[in-house]
Write a new protein. Structure first.
Lengths: 232, 232
């Protein structure tokens, strides 16, 4: 399969790019600039593309982001600290973001005559993001089969959809993903903050996978506090 | 229903806006700038919004258009003359355009707490555009139900999906749509050219509906030649 990988520069999608580059034919990385505040990760997507020697396209959909107000990922609302599981993290939901990015990716894939679009949505996202669930992935594939009937036959490849983030860390290690060259923090500072939902999730995933986390966190111990509070 | 209407400024979507404004609660018009050459029609969408006293949002997705190369609607490829039915019109297909615009519209609708997204896709488009067919509309609704589960419940309203363009002209007349304030021509000149696929389709639709076409065409008679050639 000639696959186009949607790559944000985060741990999940960079791991996916390495997996696809090994198992299939990786034809390029596709990133989206939707006005996210942690734009820093796009630089890590570019580095990944260079490392894997494939083209990197960044699609500018900032004006879409501007029209989807009400989300902390694009607005000037403070990003809450803590674990994803907390209700406060709900404000990081961008309405319909995955559907929008996947639809654009299928258009780009059709233009490039690709056979597959690969996405790193994973099980850990299910409980907050409905557009990361297996039923959504299946429904999206069906929709695309109708949308491109007679023009293109493109598979939506989502190998992590039933995996936890810890599983992805294990998978990423298997394909020699340089985790230090990936970005998760929602706050986008010089170092990973260690306190926001994605930092806590990242740190915990390495712990659960039993793999050393090479990430340089500002607050390297907050995650333990966060997951203890969660389970209390 | 609080409905957001996707409105290009063309005959179909302006007619739809008038229908929705009469039958439901129209909360706004949404247009897309995808780098189309006939941008002139967006001005007619703005005029329609003003006439119906609702907000008009134009979402800039030009960079998406740039990434979907190979289509005459966005590239510097000559737009062919003639009727849609001709194979030559196939080059006006923008891969996945409807899926992309609808996905963005659902995101905007969710942000605005709308109950419905209305689209003017119609039966006349079926034979070339797979993403204008009833099966696509149904699959898109199912996909969105999964994507927004727990966040929003938004209906995809496509009342013209089984209608011909002539039916839309009849419907538009019923809701007092000012057809002269709509734009169809792919060439985007000062007047409708009368020769491109959409001009021919427009002129023929008025004829079939038995309604006087108020459009000012540069070549007002070409359509007869085009449809005779088609049926020959």
């Amino acid at each position: 399969m000639n696959a186009l990988v949607i790559c944000s520069g985060g741990l999940d999608s960079v791991s996916l790019a390495h997996k696809v580059a090994t198992e299939q034919k990786l034809i390029g990385l596709l990133s989206f600039d939707y006005g996210q505040r942690h734009k820093k990760e796009l630089g890590f997507a570019a580095i990944c593309a260079k490392r894997l020697a494939v083209p990197h396209q960044i699609v500018d959909i900032r004006d879409v982001g501007r029209n989807l107000s009400g989300s902390a990922l694009t607005d000037n609302v403070d990003v809450p600290d803590g674990h994803y599981a907390e209700d406060s993290m709900r404000i990081t939901v961008v309405p319909n973001r995955n559907a929008i990015m996947l639809a654009i990716a299928f258009g780009v894939a059709a233009a490039k005559k690709a056979d597959a679009v690969a996405t790193a949505v994973h099980g850990g996202d299910h409980f907050i993001y409905p557009d990361c669930r297996p039923a959504f992935i299946d429904a999206f594939q069906t929709m695309q089969n109708h949308a491109l009937a007679g023009y293109a036959d493109i598979r939506l490849y989502a190998p992590y959809v039933n995996m936890s983030k810890a599983d992805i860390v294990s998978e990423g290690a298997k394909y020699a993903t340089p985790f230090e060259a990936t970005w998760s923090c929602y706050k986008g500072g010089a170092r990973h903050c260690g306190r926001c939902g994605t930092c806590v999730e990242r740190r915990e995933a390495f712990d659960l996978a039993g793999i050393t986390d090479p990430t340089d966190y500002e607050d390297a111990d907050f995650w333990l506090h966060a997951i203890q509070t969660r389970s209390a």
